[in-house]
Ligand binder design. Structure first.
Ligand code: SF4
Length: 437
């Protein structure tokens, strides 16, 4: 059993406990930079910034938060966890509530942070660790009158009273599912019981939030790739907890073992995030999603384009007539641009893809799937400085003149273009790229 082997000063503790917290994904963009410390800020003039993450908080925009563990001591041996009991125990430490609250308020006073996310290992007694997490939040709210963002992790198996108190103090609470089924959780976290320790607590949290608490939402997290689970299994559970447990959103963390540090896991994580957006904000249902026979999402194409390719009967969608539901099925059109399209077309009909730019739609993606009052626009794309055109009659063509005025979206890749059909780019005798027709 690991023990507290060192009693470092506060700065050292922050170094250890903020580093240990980095794989706990709590907010959008907390893990936006998989290299170099998963999105941490590094400001040369403020060394404390190494503990701080940018995060998007609904209604508040992008803010900086301290992400930290109350303790990295844990008796469990979850296979995916960097602080499991069987991992290196030379840097086990923990904060007392006073200590953590004071350290955080110093960062607030220096205007380095506007919020805090407190997670934790289970310690030697998980209920007393949960007490310490709550006491930290109480000191912040009641003694320091801190009114900024607090996100508290709910440890599996804690009491209803713990969850009620956490929800009264925090703006958000979260309980990690980790795996989509009991069988998968047994493989990676044999000490956790999915139904009793996690799902029941999520149900309580959902009910507390619905009946009015300071916390307006609960979230959860899945470890991806540690238990041989499929994307379909993860998304079935995600879909269920959204409908039944009042969960606001899910986070996905690609399992990166020492042996398997690969980009495949990160791309899979990215596809799960894209699919999750479709379920939460685009009106997609689980049955709309495209999986292969092994229950995997396609990696070579984003999930909305995979849907569009499976349903050619729906396209082209008429920008001037389509329902909101159908607009949201068009690659490159999100909820904001769909609402803008519906508002602007009341004043004047859209006539070409150029008109769409003011709505925020990614026209290079949307182009092949839309028409304007029954007429398809001629589409032009510039990839790597070269012009590609789609003629409604002839299909994809190759252009040979570099065209500098058009700035392509960085996220666009060759795989995103239907004419490419996933084939590698070829070059003509002039050294110009040739698109497959
Ligand atoms: S219970 Fe939590 S902190 Fe402990 S080993 Fe498992 S994931 Fe890590």
């Amino acid at each position: 059993m690991p023990g507290i082997l060192i009693k470092p000063n506060i700065e050292k503790k922050l170094d250890i406990l903020a580093a240990s917290a980095q794989h706990d994904v709590c907010l959008a963009s907390c893990n936006s930079n998989p290299s170099g410390g998963r999105g941490r800020i590094r400001h040369p003039a403020a060394p404390e910034s190494r503990w701080i993450y940018p995060a998007h908080i609904p209604g508040k925009g992008m803010v900086h938060i301290l992400k930290v563990l109350q303790t990295n001591l844990c008796e469990n041996k979850c296979s995916y966890c960097s602080i499991a009991a069987n991992r290196d125990s030379s840097t086990r430490t923990g904060f007392g509530p006073e200590e953590l609250a004071r350290a955080f308020m110093k960062l607030v006073e220096c205007r380095l942070v506007h919020g805090i996310f407190i997670s934790s290992g289970m310690g030697l007694n998980f209920e007393s660790v949960m007490d310490r997490i709550i006491q930290t939040a109480e000191i912040l709210r009641l003694r320091y009158h801190f009114d900024g963002y607090i996100h508290l992790k709910i440890l599996p198996g804690v009491s209803l009273a713990h969850i009620e108190r956490a929800a009264a103090l925090a703006d958000r609470i979260s309980i990690n599912c980790e795996a989509p089924t009991r069988e998968h959780l047994d493989k990676i976290a044999p000490n956790k019981r999915l139904a009793q320790d996690i799902i029941t607590r999520m149900k309580w949290a959902g009910s507390i939030i619905q009946h009015g608490a300071r916390a307006k939402s609960q979230t959860t997290q899945f470890v991806v790739g540690a238990g041989n689970e499929t994307d379909l299994e993860i998304l079935k559970t995600v879909d269920w907890i959204y409908r039944e447990l009042f969960v606001y959103r899910s986070y996905f963390s690609a399992y990166q073992s020492e042996q398997a540090k690969n980009t495949f896991g990160l791309l899979r994580e990215h596809r799960l995030y894209q699919t999750d957006f479709l379920l939460r904000g685009y009106g997609f249902r689980l049955g709309d999603l495209v999986f292969d026979s092994d229950g995997k999402l396609p990696l070579s194409v984003d999930p909305k384009q995979a849907y569009a390719r499976m349903h050619p009967e729906l396209y082209p969608v008429d920008i001037n007539k389509a329902s909101l539901d159908l607009l949201l099925k068009v690659p490159g059109i999100g909820p904001v641009s769909a609402y803008r399209i519906m508002t602007l077309r009341k004043e004047q009909a859209f006539t070409c893809v150029e008109d769409l730019k003011e709505t925020g739609a990614i026209v290079s993606r949307a182009g092949p799937y839309i028409e304007f009052s029954g007429r398809k626009d001629r589409m032009s794309y510039y990839i790597q400085g070269y012009l590609f055109e789609q003629d409604p009659e002839k299909g994809w063509q190759t252009g040979c003149e570099p065209y500098q005025a058009y700035k392509i979206n960085k996220a666009d890749t060759l795989y995103d273009y239907p004419g490419q059909k996933g084939k590698p780019l070829n070059y003509c005798e002039k050294g110009k790229p040739v698109y497959c027709k």
